[in-house]
Design a protein around this ligand. Structure first.
Ligand code: PMP
Length: 384
């Protein structure tokens, strides 16, 4: 009965693309332990090291002791507590928006909010950057809307597409502010202007910018406000789990009434809320960590470019080392592992063909010497 499932796995195996779940035994600072070996951690999104921060751990534990392990129901039934509303108010204050709404995960927020937003006007046309995350693609597919992809960060192309669909009843532009695989940024002032000019809504995914960039770590939309819908996650720099959409009150009310991925799922549990609350308290005061993280990025990019490697348009804590062929990315990943460095290879279909890479995700708990260790290992591989 499961033959077709086995056959599908064989097709994946024939392409050498089988993936497996491997347990990490311990994490601390910029280190992790896997298979009994300590590795420098260049493959986590815990950019500020908050996942292990005592305040997050303590508040998570306190909320669980006080309020229990589960929320008990969906938001619209009896799952909403004062804690949910409090955290939502704090997110809105952090992001400088009128309102905010929590979601179970970032993947779910994108996959659920985009189709809900597209439903408001029949015939809505959506324009998305070609490199947006899988969860946005899932949202676009679920929306059944007329969706168009513009070339990565090519706003001339976007402008042309917007002109071509000037008569649509509603238009929605979707981008990330920091792109997850290239580590480059969208030009938000340009996008704000284009959206205003074409009377389009702008939806920005700040998964990788939240906590790391913008004033007080509030993301790039905090420095360049204009987007109506700003999505972010608590699972990366904010050290916990869950996500939010920050938006005008009317959009929040609309999503509460129309977004199936919010309405038909259980409310975030107290543990998640405790970590969220603590992270929102700490993050605005972490300018020093953010500056250190930015300096680590500069150091790694300069070193890799010195060795003759392409780092695409990266200007952030995400630094790709593009090697091109899948086999080369795998080989370099293995060499780094042997050298005590966890920096995983990323291959198609996650990234376009011919752009297989090692993706370094930096964290403020690493030091300059750790960057130099990586550069030495890459140099040794290149020489060999
Ligand atoms: N958006 C982007 C750009 C992401 O990189 C990710 C996580 N990989 C998500 C959304 C999903 O967020 P979460 O992990 O909270 O589901």
């Amino acid at each position: 009965m499961l033959d077709h499932i086995r056959q599908s796995l064989e097709v994946i195996a024939a392409k050498h693309r089988t993936r497996a779940l491997r347990a990490v035994e311990m994490r601390s600072g910029g280190r992790l332990v896997r298979d009994g070996r300590e590795l420098l951690d260049f493959s986590s999104n815990d950019y500020l090291g908050l996942a292990q921060h005592p305040l997050l751990v303590e508040r998570t534990a306190n909320y669980v002791r006080q309020y229990g392990a589960g929320a008990g129901a969906s938001r619209l039934i009896t799952g909403t507590s004062a804690l949910h509303l409090e955290v939502e108010d704090k997110v809105a204050a952090f992001k400088g928006t009128e309102a905010a709404l929590l979601f179970a995960t970032g993947w779910q927020a994108n996959a659920a909010a985009i189709p809900a937003l597209a439903k408001a006007a029949k015939g809505t046309v959506i324009f998305a950057d070609r490199l947006v995350h899988n969860s946005i693609h899932a949202g676009l597919r679920a929306s059944n809307a007329d969706a168009h992809f513009y070339d990565h960060n090519d706003y001339g192309h976007l402008d042309t597409l917007l002109h071509e669909h000037a008569n649509a009843p509603a238009r929605l532009i979707v981008t990330e502010s920091v792109f997850s695989m290239d580590g480059d940024r969208a030009d938000l002032p340009r996008l704000n202007a284009l959206a205003a000019q074409h009377d389009a809504m702008l939806y920005v995914d700040e998964a990788h910018a939240t906590g790391v960039l913008g004033k007080g770590g509030a993301g790039l939309t905090a420095d360049h406000p204009g987007a109506q819908i700003v999505m972010g996650t608590f699972s990366k720099a904010l050290g916990g789990f869950g996500a939010y959409i920050a938006c005008p009150a009317v959009v929040r009310e609309y999503l509460v009434n129309m977004c199936a991925g919010l309405i038909f799922t259980t409310a975030p549990p107290p543990a998640m809320l405790g970590a969220m609350d603590a992270a929102l308290e700490l993050v605005p005061g972490m300018d020093e960590e953010r500056a250190h993280l930015a300096a680590l990025g500069d150091r790694l990019r300069a070193g890799l470019q010195n060795l003759g490697y392409e780092t695409l348009g990266s200007t952030t804590q995400i630094v790709p080392l593009v090697v091109g062929a899948e086999a080369d990315a795998l080989a370099l990943g293995e060499h780094l592992l042997v050298s005590g460095i966890a920096a995983l290879p990323i291959r198609p279909p996650t990234v376009p063909n011919g752009t297989s890479r090692i993706r370094f995700a930096l964290r403020s708990t690493l030091g300059e010497d750790d960057i130099d260790t990586v550069l030495a290992a890459v140099a040794a591989w290149k020489k060999a």
